[in-house]
Design a protein around this ligand. Structure first.
Ligand code: SF4
Length: 205
């Protein structure tokens, strides 16, 4: 609960395939509470406008735009549910005021599987690396979010062996600035990683 706002190292359950929609239950929900109420409380409340309600009272979700906030699922508990490919996101650096103002955790690992003992060992090892980085670099009274803010995110990522990822951009849809240097090489790496992820998903099914 509120882990993004307060945890130095938040591990938040999520999924990476599509939200499951039971269209019959969607229709029942709309029939019970009304179209306007459904639009006001679900469709309009989606932070990325990923949901639309069709004329026949079925629901469509643009899963690429969904940020897994859980709002729609919490409202329409019978009609919507998380996908089957479950895991966790790791966000680092959330905190209340201390040296600098309140900070939200930075998305460091958008998706990790947490099924096998090896998955958990990997998570523990990563947490240890973060603690080591903090022990070596933090100033007195700093929390890790402030340390990262001071030394910069690329320095932190290099220290803990994590590749930069577009999911780390704080406000991707509002930033009007894009760095294009080394774009082709970075794009090739991104597509390689996506292909690898897709292969791993198929292999784990
Ligand atoms: S989980 Fe959140 S972001 Fe995703 S479709 Fe539902 S309300 Fe929108």
């Amino acid at each position: 609960m509120n882990a993004i706002h307060r945890a130095d190292f938040a591990v938040i359950g999520t999924w990476r395939d599509d939200i499951k929609i039971n269209q019959e239950k969607v229709k029942e929900h709309v029939a019970k509470v009304g179209r306007k109420y459904t639009i006001d409380t679900v469709v309009s409340m989606c932070p990325t406008r990923a949901i639309s309600l069709n004329d026949d009272d079925t629901m469509e979700i643009d899963n690429k735009s969904c940020v897994r906030c859980m709002h729609c699922i919490n409202v329409m508990t019978k009609a919507l549910s998380p996908g089957d490919d479950k895991g966790a996101s790791i966000m680092i650096g959330g905190k209340r005021s201390l040296k600098v103002g309140d900070m939200m955790g930075i998305m460091i690992k958008p998706f990790i599987k947490l099924e096998t003992d090896e998955d958990y060992e990997e998570l523990e090892e990563f947490a240890e690396e973060c603690i080591e980085f903090f022990a070596d670099n933090a100033l007195e009274h700093e929390r890790i979010g402030e340390t990262i803010d001071r030394v910069t995110l690329p320095v932190f990522l290099e220290a803990v062996g994590v590749e930069a990822n577009p999911n780390m951009v704080n406000h991707p849809r509002t930033s009007s600035y894009v760095r294009m240097d080394d774009f082709d090489e970075e794009a090739a790496k991104w597509f390689e990683r996506k292909a690898l992820d897709a292969g791993m998903t198929v292999a784990s099914e």
